[in-house]
Design a binder for this molecule. Sequence first.
Ligand SMILES: Cc1ncc(COP(=O)(O)O)c(C=O)c1O
Length: 397
Amino acid sequence: MPGMDVFGAEERKEVMDVLESTCLFRYNHEHLRNGMWKSRELEEVTATYTGAKYAHAVSSGSTAVSTMLASAGIGFGDEVIVPPFTYIAPIEAVLWAGGLPVFAELDETLCLSAEGIEKAITPNTKAVLLVHMCGAAANMDEIVAVCEKHNLTLVEDCGQAMGAFYKGKSVGLFGKAGAFSMDFFKITTAGEGGLCITNSEEVYHNMEQISDHGHDHIGDNRGMEQHPILGTNFRMGELNGAVGLAQMRKVGDIRAAKLKNKAYIKSRLAEVEGITFRHMDDEEGDSGTFLNFFLPTQEKAQSAAKQLAEDGLGGFNYWFTNMYHFINQWDHLKELRSPAKMAIHHLGAPQDYKNLELPKSQEVIGRLISLGVKSTWTEEEMKSFADQMVASIKKVG
Ligand SMILES: Cc1ncc(COP(=O)(O)O)c(C=O)c1O
């Protein structure tokens, strides 16, 4: 649940700094900015928190994924293995890059499985775009091994996973690069915003140049800068940078509060017979953003989701049918609906998207319900919520 729950004087101060300076642009204009560089500072705080050598802020999580793909050399005609359960942004990013998405199976980690990836590899596979869904990491030991074995570029969409780690390492640092979202709904928000991280100097320079028309950002005269490569405008503005900076300074505290609250709700949910939980290879690395649980069957999960809504309990997502995060709902993708031709229209889809068979993903997502965990719940609120939740789910047997 979103970082805006903890908006306070810190966010207001950072925004006022920018408004008072009048410098809403993230680069140059030293004479206006009173020494303040909010987007740059956001990048520094992010690099420190994640342990990345480099962080680069952009305008959204979606443009962060596009920036990451282009910076990692993924583009026209490349087959990219993707999951069928994700917000659709990374699939669109592959298509906009001129790439060809290839769907593979996930497992109870809610992310692509190494086995699923391996089965989807063809001679044209260039990369794996892994999505760390619902606040926690995929099984990175196995996924890194399969990518190395087949010489595939690994890039990570961490749009929902700021604050998630795997065996001590932040998500986003297992392959060439990672991309995070700071939209309104995320653990830390900039209103709209995104962050790319990498340990590669070359990939970092690609990121900062691609997201600003290829500017090399050397010197203090923007008009005279060189443009080593082509790019576009995915820049973050300073107002968003200011909010994002205040939020990223709080990420450790927000995460700790979520984890504490999640542990309580999870312990209460464990009272209900038949409930199991999302598999995490490294539970300690969880960001606490979502409590993901399974019912024994798809029918039971559907009934439980309905019952929770009928009983007026908010914050639950049943992605299988009613959320826009699962392939079953993506008719526009299956029909490749677009006003302009993309590479996939010329090259042909690498899979028959309309008749894809992904039985494991259907089975897992069919049984899944996710609860967004709030960092601001009081003990009383949590207890009352948990009592009602348990009673509601028990009604469906
Ligand atoms: C996994 C994932 N990737 C990318 C995005 C896109 O982020 P944004 O909304 O900031 O463009 C989202 C947004 O929810 C997401 O969940």
